[in-house]
Design a protein around this ligand. Sequence first.
Ligand code: AMP
Ligand code: GLY
Length: 421
Amino acid sequence: MKIMVIGGGGREHAVIKKIKLNKTVEKIYALPGNGGMADDAVCVDIAATDVENICKFASENEVDFAIVTPDDPLVLGCVDELEKIGVKCFGPRKNAAIIEGSKVFSKNLMKKYGIPTAKYEVFEDENEALKYLETAPIPTVIKADGLALGKGVIIAQTLDEAKQAVVSIMRDKQFGKSGDRIVIEEFLEGPEVSVLSFTDSKTVVPMVSSMDHKRAGDGDTGLNTGGMGTVAPNPYYTDEVAKECMEKIFLPTVDAMNKEGRSFKGCLYFGLMITKDGPKVIEYNCRFGDPETQVVLPLLESDLLDIMVAVRDEKLSEAEVKFSEKNACCVVLASKGYPVKYEKGFEITIPDDVRENVFVAGAKLSDGKLLTNGGRVLGVTAVADSLEEAIEKSYEMASGINFENRFYRSDIGQKALNAKG
Ligand code: AMP
Ligand code: GLY
């Protein structure tokens, strides 16, 4: 089979490394991929959002199966367009990707079907939003409706901050049209858990749970980032919580999407908060998480491509989806200054014996050298019998990977370790 993976980050690298293990795979194209994955896939310089050229490439190169991983092509309808020209895909169609593409849609869906989430109000008018804030409980959470590169959520600790957030999203259009509507919601408290799941709209199979570390600095300080590291499984996701999530969140969500005529097929990501009143949905994503994928897939013992094909064919109930009982830890190595301002173009050296554990996100090849080319440069994942060991091994590998201005958090997994007691 000829496979095409749309996207170019660490998550896509993790998908590609797993897909490669399938014996029927002859060729893997990454569009656009990045220089750091050139050993694992043929990188093609077509942007993940360039749906027209993605389709053209797929037909010219007789691609058998496309895996569409990032949010923006999914929300743009990349899967729909590929299907129109006869390419089989893993990933939701546009009318289902809206579960991530519009927070107003997902909040209304949860309300309609009684799926536990934070209480909220939707606003299309800036003045009404500002008026509502005068009596809203503080802290409060302001969310731009559409995609905003993961930056569209503002937790306001004061009334002033909340008002500023409304003005910058709705008046100043900080996130463009994504801020035409906003959600103002109740501030929830509790540990967060990410659960990625496979679903073919009939069956939903949760993957091993994970914990992201979104802030740039140790002790969850500093600015929000795309994710500075992950561990799996997440100790807060007990068997009891898992059972409750399946009954009250996972199955009802898949069912709700079917009832709305928006059947979801692909990877459905549940961002959960375990509150004192039980698990609640913080957000849905219509795709694999990054860097959650970099700890979840290394624990997958079954064949990823077989599962993806089964999802596409609506035969997930017949597929084997088995995860190891081990633990995984991924440490993200970033460029100093990320997520604000950072330099690029420094040579990256990766010892040969850790190469297989590295998922490259922001790098390019130049004259045979691998150079930094982004804020998050790469992630390195260790799998071990215990969480403690996984953390230790991933840090050991991280310290052996070098580039100028390298920076990483030193406490990935500590919260999970403390929770285990
Ligand atoms: P999101 O972009 O939806 O993942 O939100 C980013 C982060 O904001 C989440 O991971 C949470 O830490 C936080 N967050 C979002 N919604 C809420 C909420 N209602 N209460 C508390 N924290 C929230
Ligand atoms: N790690 C969170 C996300 O992929 O959105």
